[in-house]
Design a binder for this molecule. Sequence first.
Ligand SMILES: *Cc1c(COP(=O)(O)O)cnc(C)c1O
Length: 495
Amino acid sequence: MEILYNSTRTKGNPVKASEAILRGLSQDGGLFVPERIPLLDKTVEELVQMNYGQTAYEVMKLYLTDFTEEELKDCIAKAYDEKFDTSKIAPIAEADGAYFLELFHGATIAFKDMALSILPHLLTTSAKKNHVKNEIVILTATSGDTGKAALAGFAGVEGTRIVVFYPKNGVSPIQEKQMVTQKGDNTYVVGIHGNFDDAQTGVKKIFGDKELAAYMDERGFQFSSANSINIGRLVPQIVYYVYAYAQMVKMGRIQAGEKINVVVPTGNFGNILAAFYAKQMGIPIDRLICASNENKVLYDFLRQGTYDRNREFVLTSSPSMDILISSNLERLIYYIGGNDPDKNKELMDALIRDGVYTVTEDMKARLADFYGNYADEQETAQTIHDLYEKTGYVIDTHTAVAACVYDKYKKETKDTKPAVIASTASPYKFTRSVMNAIDHKYDAMEDFELVDRLCEISKVKVPGAIEEIRNAPVRHDHVCEKDEMKQTVMDFLGI
Ligand SMILES: *Cc1c(COP(=O)(O)O)cnc(C)c1O
């Protein structure tokens, strides 16, 4: 059955999946949401027999209903191939009684690869389907991981260019090196003097600039977004929750139909929203455990029903979660408000105007599936340390936030259902913080020396993504102020 996409801020004018992917964000500033969440039409027993690509098809076909079977299968085949260092694509590692769903086996060793290895193909397919002649300019704000994953996904893809803005002093050294060494004539990387929210706000502003859009169109360009607000990213992320559930059954850890909990280290709310969609599709997920770092705006929201971004922005060792405006939360707000765009718009306007909104008691009651908590810097480091000491398994800082919050959840609720923890980055991406947590003696070492030490203690091979940047030359050294972003983009395009 066909599924169309509505904006979270205006009634009417639903669009097809391919149009929603092309546009990224709706003209009114809202996010595209499927008019309803489809139910899986395969049983768990059937899913257990499927590999990652087959699972991806069964999930994505239900959302991208204007793609032909051939188009979708072609996109999936191009995405989940040898770029991943395991044919399982998203394997599960068991440690200390929890199940770590490793989402970091792709080209840039963070979970963003799960969606960004397929988005370029979904986007170019969507462009063809809609007879788009313009070159597509991907504009992305990144807190570190999206940028590199998007660059890797779009580099060299014909008919596209990509511009990535990152907070100059807000990403890890390895994240920065990964981005500034990016190859490809269609790639541009810019550091901004500001934080991630500044970068994201600047990008949203450029997207909303109708005059600029018209000017670009005359010159053969149009913008699209690779940020997690694009449903072309959200939909592929549902896949690994379905796959993980089937894998847990296959591994004999649960019976088909048995409920699990899911723990997600959260920033922009995309990953955990995908888990929520998987639950709505029929996967037996009980609680959705939302883990925050010291930027605990979501924890406060889930406890109190008030979303308040008026607070100090904290730079933490889990920079991909250093976010005060979780964009994808808007989709959940729309949903708990009964799919009412007016109600949602009112709250989002308040967020822009005052930096704060409060949902009604009714809406808050519909958040019962979610549990929120947070880990401070010390707890995060302690979690990495203790898990390593106990099991030898090394996790990155983001995953550690989730593991720590999961411990708090168990203590608070005594709920012992099997839990899948979304493991969102390889420890190699945050080597310094990880090694420091394990032992302070590593503090004095160089970044790449730390990489070699991590290899020794974890007995996990150094990923290709890290080897590749050891000696790679810097290709991008552009820095701009946050109010110069639009001009910077135009300069790049030569218009
Ligand atoms: C992006 C990211 C997150 C946060 O995911 P959201 O979908 O933005 O909530 C967590 N961990 C890592 C490593 C990431 O790259």
